[in-house]
Design a protein around this ligand. Structure first.
Ligand SMILES: [Zn+2]
Ligand SMILES: [Zn+2]
Length: 420
């Protein structure tokens, strides 16, 4: 497979990537941001004690930040911008690098989705084969839990590759990152399924290239929340749960693709036997096994203010019950507290496996005004229309292009003085 070598950090990217997975470099315009890792701007700036002084930008500092994050027992995923692939703090309303709106309330439903994605190595393992991811653009959130398998290095590589493929297929204008809201549920599910199938092929090709990785695989539970809809595409035995804000009831959305679950479902064993079964972590469906993979399951649900969505690797379910997950999820408004509390509970109980939790909280927002996007031009994308934004600011018109188009269905593109 042809790979795109990043001119900045040397990472071999997937052919579909627009931005480098490791450093955020625009792979199709090598002239921008030489010598700077744009992915880490926002992280470094938040560390600065003096807001007026320029942020430190040496490569050593950037690499130190990165190594600290990777070597920590706990990985707290940052929020990746779907427009430019830069990372931001998980609650960022606007991308610090490109100016795109990230965590904002939906203009139609008035719902805001906040998220936290965390992963811990646990108490019994030496390495973390789980991967979590969190991406956003214009109020739409994309979240991932992947649980790798096949031995230490292979398991890590499998879940990492799944995340890289999904990021490359969702990030950048060419992959429709700005139009996720406009897709129907079916179109969005197709896009998610395509990314998961793509990740499966990437894993198989990687195994072909390097036979020492034989046997590597990963689960994928990929969720997109936008407006009042939750869409999930899923393979393996990680899980997605929904907790209804109204009464705190929890329901498991996904089915486990494990032999033991199949035995349980067909009545061959009891749930008590399933919990102790020696084959409980053996999957009949996962990425990296066969070309066909058996297909990814697809689920869609309505979400309302107060609801919580939890994605988790099986390391959580070994130690924490569904009822406890529901109680913790309803106890906190902040998704970071939900994710951290569930991971702490698992670690206190001996965490036999890596444990990953993504918590998403849906809340009602009184003020649904989308912040003014001050978009930084990205080579290969249409120039941002600053003039129209300024006009809107003066007259109080609708500033969101999508919403403006809904109100003026005749005009497909906003009027721009640059066009005349
Ligand atoms: Zn790079
Ligand atoms: Zn951005």
């Amino acid at each position: 497979m042809e790979k795109l070598k990043c001119p900045h950090c040397g990472h071999l990217n997937l052919p579909s990537a627009v931005f480098c997975f490791e450093c955020g470099q625009n792979l199709h315009d090598f002239a921008v941001a030489p010598g700077i890792k744009p992915n880490f701007h926002s992280l470094i700036e938040t560390e600065s004690d003096h807001p007026d002084s320029p942020p430190p930008r040496s490569l050593e500092k950037v690499n130190a930040t990165r190594n600290d994050r990777e070597n920590a027992d706990l990985y707290n995923a940052m929020l990746t911008c779907l427009r430019c692939a830069a990372i931001n703090l998980p609650e960022a309303a606007q991308c610090a690098t490109c100016g795109a709106a990230l965590i904002v309330a939906d203009e139609v439903y008035g719902l805001k989705i906040t998220g936290s994605a965390r992963s811990s190595v646990g108490q019994a393992r030496n390495n973390n084969e789980d991967t979590v991811g969190l991406w956003a653009r214009d109020g739409t959130i994309v979240a991932l839990v992947a649980d790798g398998m096949g031995g230490a290095a292979a398991g890590e590589e499998a879940s990492r590759l799944a995340k890289e493929t999904i990021q490359s297929d969702f990030t950048g204008a060419v992959h429709g990152s700005e139009g996720l809201k406009e897709l129907s549920d079916a179109e969005l599910a197709d896009k998610m399924r395509f990314a998961v199938d793509h990740a499966n092929r990437v894993l198989l090709e990687r195994i072909e290239e390097d036979r020492t990785l034989r046997g590597m695989g990963t689960t994928v539970t990929l969720a997109v929340v936008r407006g009042d809809r939750l869409i999930i595409v899923h393979v393996g035995d990680s899980r997605a749960y929904m907790i209804a804000g109204e009464h705190g009831w929890i329901s498991q959305i996904t089915d486990d693709h494990s032999f033991v679950e199949a035995l349980l479902a067909s009545g061959h064993i009891t749930s008590a036997q399933a919990a102790r079964h020696p084959m409980r972590s053996v999957l009949y469906r996962a990425l990296g096994q066969t070309e066909a993979m058996g297909g990814a399951d697809f689920y869609a649900r309505d979400v309302r203010a107060g609801d919580r969505v939890i994605l988790a690797s099986d390391g959580l379910m070994r130690h924490v019950t569904d009822e406890e997950i529901a109680r913790v999820a309803m106890l906190h408004e902040d998704p970071a507290e939900i994710a951290q509390t569930l991971i702490d509970m698992t670690n206190q109980r001996g965490a036999e496996d890596n444990v990953s939790v993504v918590a998403l909280v849906i809340s009602a927002e009184e003020d649904t005004l989308v912040p003014l996007e001050k978009l930084v031009p990205i080579p290969g994308e249409q120039e941002p229309d600053h003039a129209t934004h300024d006009d809107a600011h003066k007259t109080g018109e609708i500033i969101n292009p999508t919403l403006r188009q809904m109100h003026n269905p005749g005009s497909s593109t906003p009027d721009s003085p640059d066009n005349s």
